[in-house]
Design a protein around this ligand. Structure first.
Ligand SMILES: Nc1ncnc2c1ncn2[C@@H]1O[C@H](COP(=O)(O)OP(=O)(O)O)[C@@H](O)[C@H]1O
Ligand SMILES: CC(=O)OP(=O)(O)O
Ligand SMILES: [Mg+2]
Length: 413
C-alpha cells in the first residue's frame, strides 16, 4: 500500500502542514495552513493540485493544536484528496521543533525522547509548546504513525565553542544549558543544498551569508557547508527584530521597562510558564510595537504611510547590515552568495534593493528588473548584475516542510 508523509510546521500564530508522496524527492500532494490563531478569525489557505482555496473560518481555533485538528479532519474528509483519508495512509509524521537543545539530528518520538523534549520546554516555552502539544495529540489520535522531530537548532551545532559560549559563569551556564543554539536550521539546510546545487558546487565547499527574514528573522554565516555563526541565541529572541520580537537589546532594558519583569506573565498557563519580560520582548515588541502591524508588506513600501513605518524598515535594514558586515569578515570575504529567504526576504524587492545598495563596498550588485520580478516558480533565482566582482545575490524560496520530508525519505529509505 502506498503511504504518505505528513509534515507539520507549528508556530505560535500559524500551523502549516503539507502531505508528500513517499519518494525521492517527495512531491507535495496538498498543503494547508491556518493563520491568525492569535488574531481571530482564523484564515485557511488550502492547496491541492491546481485548486487553491482561501477562506476565513467560523470555527473557534484558539490554539495551534485546535488548528492542526481542524486541518487534519478537513484533509482526511476531502473526497478530492482520497490518497490520505486516515492514519492508515501515513508512513511518518514530521514535526518542526524549534529548540532541540543538544540534539545533533532528527529523532523519532518515543516515551524517552518526548520526556527529554518536555524537559527543554522551559528553555523555549514560546516556541516548543505548540509543536509538543501537536506531537502529544498525534500520539493519542494517530498512534500507529511514527512521529519524527526535526530541530531548528541542529544545523548550528557546528558553531565553534567561542561563538556558542556566553561570557558568564560557566558552571551556571552548563548546569542550565545557557549557550547560543541558533534557529531556522531546517530552513538553512534547505537553502544550503538548493543554493549549492544552483551554483554547481558541493555543499561542503559552499560559503554563504543566508538570511531567513520572516515574522521571525535570522541570518547565518555558512563556511564550507557548516554554520559558523548565526544571529539568534539561547532562544529565537536574540539578533534581528521580528514581527513582535525586539531582537537584541541591552539586557538591562527590561528592568527599566517594568518592575514586574521577573514575574510570571498573565499569558502563562498551568502547563506553560513565561515571564513578563519574555512576553514583552517576544510578543509586544518588534514592528508591531513600532507601527501597529505585523504585516511587513505594509512597512516595506516606497512611500511609508507614517514615520513609524519608515523607522521600522530602517531599523531592520540597519540590523541586517551589521550582521552582513560581521559575517563577511568572519568568512574572510570568501562568500559565494548572499541569500534572501523567508516570507519577507523572498517577497520584498525593496528590502533586497535597499540592502544590496548598502553593500556596494563588498562588490555586490543586483539587476533591478530581475529583482523586481522576484523568484516566480523557481526555487533559487540569481538576481546579481553579473559583473562578477562580489558575491552573487540570490533569492531562495525556502521550504521547511519539504526539508523534513526529504530527510525522512533519505534517511529511512
Ligand atoms: N510583498 C511583501 N513584502 C514584504 N513583506 C511581505 C510580503 N509578503 C509577505 N510578507 C511578510 O512575510 C512575513 C511572513 O513570513 P514567513 O516566513 O511566512 O513567516 P513565519 O514563518 O515566521 O510566520 C509577514 O510579515 C508578511 O507580512
Ligand atoms: C525560530 C523562529 O523564529 O521561527 P519562526 O520564524 O517560524 O517564528
Ligand atoms: Mg517561519
Amino acid at each position: 500500500m502506498v503511504k504518505y508523509i505528513l509534515a507539520v510546521n507549528a508556530g505560535s500564530s500559524s500551523v502549516k502542514v503539507t502531505f508528500y508522496t513517499y519518494e525521492n524527492p517527495p512531491k507535495a500532494i496538498a498543503d494547508a495552513q491556518v493563520s491568525g490563531i492569535t488574531a481571530p478569525p482564523p484564515a485557511l489557505k488550502y492547496q491541492r493540485g491546481d485548486v487553491k482555496i482561501k477562506e476565513k473560518l467560523e470555527e473557534k481555533l484558539d490554539t495551534p493544536q485546535d488548528a492542526f485538528k481542524y486541518i487534519l479532519k478537513r484533509c482526511f474528509d476531502d473526497p478530492e484528496l482520497s490518497e490520505v483519508a486516515s492514519d492508515a495512509d501515513l508512513a511518518y509524521i514530521c514535526h518542526r521543533v524549534v529548540h532541540g537543545g543538544d540534539y545533533m539530528d532528527s529523532v523519532k518520538i518515543t516515551d524517552e525522547t518526548l520526556h527529554h523534549l518536555e524537559a527543554l520546554e522551559d528553555l523555549a516555552p514560546l516556541h516548543n509548546f505548540s509543536a509538543l502539544e501537536i506531537i502529544r495529540l498525534c500520539r493519542k489520535e494517530l498512534p500507529s504513525v511514527p512521529s519524527i522531530t526535526f530541530f531548528d537548532s541542529a544545523f548550528h551545532q557546528t558553531m565553534p565553542l567561542h561563538v556558542k559560549t556566553y561570557p558568564i559563569n560557566q558552571k551556571i551556564a552548563q548546569a542550565n544549558g545557557l549557550r547560543k543554539y541558533g534557529f531556522h536550521g531546517i530552513s538553512y539546510s534547505f537553502i544550503l543544498r538548493s543554493v549549492a546545487q544552483f551554483l554547481g558546487k558541493p555543499a561542503e565547499k559552499t560559503n554563504l551569508i543566508a538570511m531567513h527574514i520572516g515574522s521571525g528573522a535570522s541570518i547565518c554565516a555558512i563556511k564550507d557547508g557548516k554554520s559558523i555563526d548565526t544571529s539568534m541565541g539561547l532562544t529565537p529572541l536574540a539578533g534581528l527584530p521580528g514581527a513582535t520580537r525586539s531582537g537584541s537589546i541591552d539586557p538591562s532594558l527590561v528592568f527599566h521597562y517594568t518592575n514586574e519583569a521577573g514575574k510570571l506573565s498573565p499569558a502563562s498557563t498551568t502547563e506553560m510558564h513565561i515571564s513578563t519580560a519574555e512576553e514583552i520582548l517576544n510578543k509586544q515588541s518588534g514592528w508591531k510595537a513600532l507601527t501597529g502591524t505585523t504585516d511587513f508588506a505594509e512597512i516595506a513600501v516606497e512611500h511609508p504611510p507614517t514615520e513609524a513605518h519608515k523607522l521600522a524598515f530602517e531599523i531592520l535594514v540597519d540590523r541586517i547590515l551589521g550582521y552582513i558586515g560581521s559575517y563577511y569578515v568572519k568568512l574572510n570575504g570568501q562568500v559565494d552568495a548572499l541569500v534572501f529567504a523567508g516570507g519577507i526576504g523572498e517577497k520584498s524587492a525593496l528590502l533586497r534593493r535597499t540592502l544590496t545598495e548598502k553593500c556596494q563596498s563588498l562588490g555586490v550588485a543586483i539587476d533591478s528588473e530581475t529583482n523586481e520580478e522576484g523568484a516566480g516558480d523557481e526555487t533559487v533565482k540569481d538576481i546579481s548584475q553579473g559583473t562578477g566582482k562580489g558575491p552573487r545575490v540570490v533569492i531562495c524560496q525556502t521550504n521547511e516542510q519539504f526539508e523534513m520530508a526529504y530527510h525522512t525519505v533519505c534517511s529511512r529509505g
